[in-house]
Each structure stands twice: as structure tokens, then as C-alpha cells.
Write a protein that binds this ligand. Structure first.
Ligand SMILES: C[S@@+](CC[C@H](N)C(=O)[O-])C[C@H]1O[C@@H](n2cnc3c(N)ncnc32)[C@H](O)[C@@H]1O
Length: 274
């Protein structure tokens, strides 16, 4: 048996053990990137074989948290893809303005930069008071950063640029203050956000949402899992609710596409048919 096929066998045993013990199901994550991340984790914890991780992760919850962190790729930024936020302002906000109360779900919110960007747009459009926002991820460490809303000042210049390109009229720095080498977003921005742990693979539907954002998460899943998770996201929308996925993601070959119409194909913004 080659080393590669042993890796595949050991990975499958490891994923079974994790699912049975912790309920986290990584079986349908895109295999090549999953294997790459697991191998990287092996180096970090000084282990030689993937099967060594079975005992480590079953008996040491801290190592399991690190493992989830390694697999979760919480890469994000404020006003990531400014053109998406521009279309959000021009195409989605006018729809939201027709509702007396607005429920929004950010699935896979990572460390929170995306949800705070959305909150700033809602505030600027005079909608924040009418909103309840749920921001979820399965990575608890990322969620705890998101709750704090404190980010490195080094990123601020870049985020200011993104904000302006997205159609922002003031300055991002108006929404927070410097704390040593960090930037803390004002507390009033987080008042309408509930951060919670939710696993898109194993947990269920999330209420009757007017808007669901799940951007740059589906790329880590294989086709079977993308279809399943997209089903959960669309089931979470109220009739005519809006779904935003990442620009590198699409609904090709997904049955769920039948339940949606396109609002902006380039930005991957869809509306539930009814
Ligand atoms: C690349 S980040 C995307 C962050 C943000 N949506 C954005 O576009 O900037 C992907 C996030 O998806 C989360 N994720 C991956 N698998 C998940 C799952 N099964 N359930 C919930 N979140 C998951 C990761 O923890 C990570 O924070």
C-alpha cells in the first residue's frame, strides 16, 4: 500500500472517530485541501502519522480545538470584495427597507469582520434599529474574537480603502477607536448581533431570515455537502428572502438553484422564489 493510500485510509478513520466522539463531520470537506491541512497540523503537534491524531484528538479537547481552527480557515476582512458591498447597498438594501423587521444570518462569520461591515452599511442606511443579526461559525476561537470586535490597526488602512470602494461616505475610523496597536469597533455596532456556535454540516435550519450570507465557506465543501448546506440556507429564508454566497462559489449542478432566482449573478446574490 502506498503512503498516499495509507494517508487516505488513516484520514477516513480519523474523520469517523471525530464524528462519533465530537459530532463534527468533516467527511465531505474538499479532500485535497483537507488532507493538506491535516498534514500541516501533524507538523504542528509533532506527530508522524494521521492515525496518531486519533488518540490525541479523542483524549485532548484542547488539541481538538486547535484541529478545528486548523481546518476552519477563518480568513476574512472588513468590506471584503468591496464591489459586493456596493451591490448590497444598491440592490439588497432597498428590498430590506420594505420590511418592518429584518432578520439576517451570517453563516461562517469567522472573526466577525464581514458582519461588522454589514452592520455599518445598515447603520448608514438607517436600518440597524430594525434588524436582528445572527452571526455563526463552528470555530469558537474565531467567535470569541468576533465578539470582542478588536482588530489589528495594521489592517485599518486596507479596510478604509475597501470601505470607500464599497460606497462608504465617511471613514471607517469613525466607527471605533484606537487601543494601542489595535482598533476597537464601537460597542453599539455589536448590540444587534448575536454570535453563536453553529455547524453548517450537522446543525439545522436557522429561523425565518430575510437575508442569509454564507460567503467563502462552500468552497471548502465537496459537491454533496455544498448541496446539503445550500438546502439548509435556503430553508432558513422566508419567502422572497435573499441569499448571498461567495464570488468563487456557484449553484452549478445544484438542485437548490430551482428554488432561487438571480438578483445579481456576478455577485452571487439570489432571491428565494417563494
Ligand atoms: C474563509 S472564512 C469566510 C469568512 C467570511 N464569511 C468572509 O467571507 O469573509 C470560512 C469560515 O467558514 C467556517 N466554517 C467552515 N466549516 C464550517 C461549518 N461546518 N460550520 C460553520 N462554519 C464553518 C470557518 O470556521 C471559517 O470561519
Amino acid at each position: 500500500m502506498s503512503t498516499d493510500s495509507k494517508d487516505v485510509l488513516e484520514l477516513s478513520l480519523l474523520l469517523d472517530a471525530i464524528e462519533r466522539h465530537y459530532g463534527y463531520d468533516f467527511h465531505n470537506y474538499a479532500r485535497a485541501s483537507l488532507l493538506r491541512r491535516v498534514r500541516k497540523f501533524l507538523g504542528q503537534v509533532n506527530r508522524s502519522y494521521i492515525s496518531d491524531l486519533i488518540s490525541l484528538l479523542l483524549y485532548d479537547e484542547n488539541s481538538f480545538s486547535l484541529f478545528v481552527k486548523q481546518l476552519s480557515v477563518p480568513v476574512t476582512e472588513m468590506f471584503r470584495d468591496p464591489d459586493f458591498f456596493q451591490v448590497l447597498r444598491t440592490q439588497v438594501i432597498p428590498v430590506l427597507k420594505t420590511y418592518p423587521f429584518i432578520k439576517i444570518w451570517h453563516a461562517g462569520c469567522a472573526t466577525g469582520e464581514e458582519v461588522y461591515s454589514m452592520v455599518i452599511v445598515l447603520e448608514e442606511e438607517g436600518l440597524l434599529d430594525r434588524c436582528q443579526i445572527y452571526a455563526t461559525d463552528f470555530n469558537d476561537q474565531a467567535l470569541s474574537i468576533a465578539r470582542k470586535g478588536i482588530y489589528s490597526s495594521k489592517q485599518l488602512e486596507r479596510y478604509e480603502g475597501n470601505y470607500r470602494q464599497s460606497g462608504g461616505q465617511t471613514q471607517l475610523s469613525d466607527y471605533g477607536y484606537q487601543m494601542y496597536d489595535s482598533f476597537k469597533l464601537n460597542d453599539r455596532l455589536s448590540k444587534k448581533i448575536t454570535f453563536a456556535n453553529h455547524n453548517l454540516v450537522t446543525d439545522g435550519v436557522f429561523g425565518e431570515m430575510n437575508l442569509v450570507l454564507c460567503r467563502n465557506v462552500l468552497i471548502y465543501f465537496n459537491q454533496i455537502l455544498q448541496e446539503r448546506v445550500l438546502g439548509t440556507l435556503v430553508d432558513s429564508l422566508c419567502p422572497f428572502g435573499i441569499l448571498c454566497i461567495g464570488k468563487r462559489e456557484n449553484l452549478r449542478f445544484c438542485k437548490v438553484a430551482e428554488r432561487l432566482e438571480s438578483l445579481d449573478l456576478c455577485q452571487r446574490i439570489y432571491r428565494k422564489k417563494e
